[in-house]
Ligand binder design. Structure first.
Ligand code: ADP
Length: 546
């Protein structure tokens, strides 16, 4: 017997229809690439997205064709997304922080037909355009007055381009399993891999993301998506924000501390989300200026581990709740968020912070387990760590044009490549990436735990821990540190600070001070580069062991 309910395909553009109909006047405010603040609303975004759809169709773009966007978070980018989605074409967000060769590689791999880009990236594209054989035309997200002279093929200013149609257009309908978007993983090992989201997975993921124990969004919120749309599907903010009808504030190209601070306070932002490096800049700025955050209620921090000191500062000094989150491009990307279940809700002080350092519990729609190398499930005791595996309707089942990648296991589980513990209440904590964990004498040392501890030192701005080969122990931890501007200290001081807070055998064998730690295109510490940099490093304990 079948249910007798309507067949209403879960299509992404229905989200902007809903926002335009029931929250039509709600503002979408952007710091434009050209400079001034621009204000529009969901009704206008939808009307112009329809023009994008109509105009793309006029250019011959059809169901399944890929349209690249190399752009910051702006209202025009949002319109472009929904316009692409509305004809069943596939948005492909390209991360401008990748190396130019990598950018060219993923555009070719995806076979993008159109490139929609910001003024910022015109020079970059001009340099690689001869390698982009599939791109038929470039649309620059600006108006005629700001359109630069460019050698890009068939280049046109976005406003002129959509100005050629009247917007009298209806969305296409199609199966909800149709591809909606693409995003490539940053490819810290080998070539980047393409993840292909479907309309259904994006809509289900947006429902999930908005729930109270996730981002907890409502129409009363003012949302500042600092995380760019090109970073792991923008953490769903381009979907979950209009879905609930919240006001949206888009930062454009300026993600520095003062620029973000200005938006937070001027527009009374209540919710925001980004990787730790962004918040490091903001907190540093606030420390200097003495600024306050009276309107901000919640900040989601993920992409890499949120340092304890950061959570503490946001909560104790600025009265902003930190929600630590974990996810992956392959998971649309949300996997877990650290909101307080009743079992932990009454905790305060350091005990609460201990829980907040965990990456949290999954929402409905994400199944999770930890296993040993043979696939045997491990206990949820908060101590035993193993391979973290997930399953769900917004989790990838394959990479684009890659057959049989072993990370997609036969029984439907995806091996995340992360190593984690689970506690009795279902809170997951990342111990490391499988390839970053330090293997010392057959035991594992978590590089993340050591980094978190080291950045708690008042003079430390950033810390990274890598395994360096050791004749006796196989690998031992080396702590690499960037000090805060103008500070100086010694190895002994840093190690003294860490002493007693971790097991003795976890103590780094050495500390080196550097001016800069390399980061990936999504703001994560680039351990691979760091390991290469220190591959010939001789630990003092190594000499002692000889
Ligand atoms: P990529 O894998 O291409 O670097 P993603 O943005 O998909 O880009 O990164 C996913 C990975 O980032 C996770 O597998 C995990 O290792 C790491 N990560 C994400 N959030 C956290 C977090 N809160 N704490 C620790 N690691 C995290």
């Amino acid at each position: 017997m079948l249910g007798l309910m309507q067949n209403w395909p879960l299509l992404c553009h229905r989200i902007i229809d809903h926002a335009a109909t029931f929250h039509g006047e709600r503002k979408v405010i952007t710091r434009s690439i050209e400079g001034p603040i621009h204000t529009t609303n969901y009704a206008d975004i939808r009307a112009r997205a329809l023009k994008v759809a109509q105009r793309l169709e006029k250019d011959g773009i059809k169901l399944g064709d890929r349209v690249a966007t190399l752009a910051w978070n702006t209202w025009r980018h949002l319109e472009a997304w929904y316009g692409i989605l509305g004809i069943g074409a596939v948005y492909h967000t390209v991360n401008p922080r990748l190396f130019p060769e990598q950018i060219a590689w993923i555009i070719n791999h995806a076979g993008d037909r159109v490139m929609i880009t910001d003024l910022t990236f015109v020079p970059l594209l001009e340099k690689i355009a001869d390698k982009l054989s599939t791109i038929e035309r470039y649309i620059v997200l600006t108006d005629a007055a700001h359109m630069p002279k460019t050698t890009l093929k068939n280049a046109v200013a976005y406003e002129d381009w959509i100005g050629e149609v009247d917007g009298d257009f209806a969305w296409k309908t199609f199966d909800e399993n149709t591809a909606a978007g693409m995003c490539y993983t940053s490819g810290t090992t080998g070539h980047p891999k393409g993840v292909v989201y479907s309309h259904r997975s994006n809509v289900l993921h947006a429902f999930m993301a908005a729930m109270p124990d996730c981002k907890g969004l409502s129409s009363r919120d003012v949302v500042l998506p600092v995380v760019p749309l090109f970073h792991a599907n923008g953490w769903s903010l381009a979907f979950s924000t209009p879905m609930v009808g919240a006001t949206m504030v888009m930062p454009g190209a300026k993600l520095d501390g003062p620029s973000i601070y200005e938006l937070l306070n001027t527009y009374k932002v209540s919710f925001t989300a980004a990787v730790p490096t962004v918040w490091l800049m903001l907190l540093h700025d606030l420390e200097k200026t003495g600024g306050k955050l009276p309107h901000l209620k919640r900040v989601v921090i993920g992409g890499s581990a949120c340092p304890r000191a950061m959570t503490k500062t946001f909560q104790d000094k600025y009265d902003v709740e930190v929600v630590h989150a974990w996810g992956m491009t392959e998971m649309s990307p949300l996997g877990s968020l650290c909101t307080m279940k009743p079992e932990y809700a009454a905790l305060t002080g350091e005990a609460r912070l201990d829980v907040e350092m965990k990456q949290g519990h999954p929402p409905f729609g994400v199944e999770m387990k930890i296993t040993d190398d043979s696939g045997k499930p491990l206990p949820w005791d908060g101590k035993t760590f193993g391979r973290l595996k997930v399953r769900g309707p917004a989790v990838a089942r394959s990479y684009y044009k890659v057959e049989g990648d072993p990370v997609f296991e036969k029984d439907g589980w995806f091996d995340t490549g992360d190593v984690a513990t689970m506690d009795r209440y279902g809170y997951m904590q990342i111990t490391d990436r499988a390839k970053d964990v330090i293997k010392s004498g057959g035991e594992w040392i978590s590089s993340i735990d050591l980094e978190n501890l080291a950045v708690g030192h008042p003079k430390v701005a950033e810390a990274a821990v890598i395994g360096v080969s050791h004749p006796k122990w196989d690998e031992r931890p080396l702590l690499v540190i960037v000090l805060k501007k103008g500070e100086s200290t010694t190895k002994e001081d840093i190690l003294g600070f860490m002493q007693g807070k971790i097991a003795k055998w976890w103590m780094p064998d050495d500390v080196v001070f550097v001016d800069e730690i390399p980061h990936t295109a999504t703001g994560k510490i680039q351990k691979l580069t760091l390991r290469q940099q220190f591959k010939d490093y001789r630990l003092p304990t190594e000499q002692a062991a000889e």
